[in-house]
Design a protein around this ligand. Structure first.
Ligand code: ADP
Length: 170
């Protein structure tokens, strides 16, 4: 089956039509700044509690939890690489997308949304991140049987533009 790929500008915590959203998590799976702060704030304190037994995670690893007060069924928490510190950064970033997609598929989740992992506090240059992301998503699609929609949720017009071009979608 053909998987639909799309890019939108928006907030990852406000995607009620998605079964699962991906958190740009920290190793401890705690709240924090950026995406993780927003997700934990909306989900509520139960999210940190549910995540505690799964922590710490390694760069590239993905784990799944309930979504609590978020309008989705599940949250996949993925630790992106800190650019040029966690190496090879491109392989680790690709693993994030691949592992998250395979985990969503295993959990029978049909619609998944990603933020631009590692491009905030972790310093990954946007253009490079978009290219790695596009390659990783495209090369994983053939292994999916349940996932039908993959949405990149970008926070600014500039980010949206770069990801649309890299993914070859409008
Ligand atoms: P990392 O630590 O993996 O770099 P961040 O959370 O710092 O993760 O940022 C990842 C990207 O997500 C950045 O481009 C940032 O602008 C964007 N971002 C921050 N908050 C949100 C949000 N609520 N929804 C979607 N994207 C967000």
């Amino acid at each position: 089956m053909k998987v639909k790929l799309e890019c939108v500008k928006g907030d990852i915590t406000d995607q009620p039509d998605l079964d699962v959203i991906v958190n740009a998590a920290n190793a401890e799976l705690r709240t924090g700044g950026g995406v993780a702060g927003a997700i934990h704030r909306v989900a509520g304190p139960e999210l940190e509690e549910a995540c505690r037994p799964m922590a710490p995670i390694k760069p590239g690893q993905a784990v799944v939890s309930p979504a609590f007060n978020l309008p989705n069924r599940k949250v996949i928490h993925c630790l992106g690489p800190v650019y040029n510190i966690d190496k090879p950064s491109d392989q680790l970033l690709a693993e994030c997308y691949k592992n998250s997609l395979l985990l969503a598929d295993k959990e029978q989740l049909a619609a998944i949304g990603f933020p631009a992992i590692s491009t905030g506090a972790f310093g990954y240059p946007l253009q490079e991140a978009a290219e790695v992301t596009a390659d990783a998503i495209h090369s994983t699609l053939s292994q999916l049987s349940q996932v039908q929609l993959v949405r990149m949720v970008l926070f600014s017009d500039r980010d949206l533009n770069v990801f649309q071009k890299a993914l070859g979608v409008v």
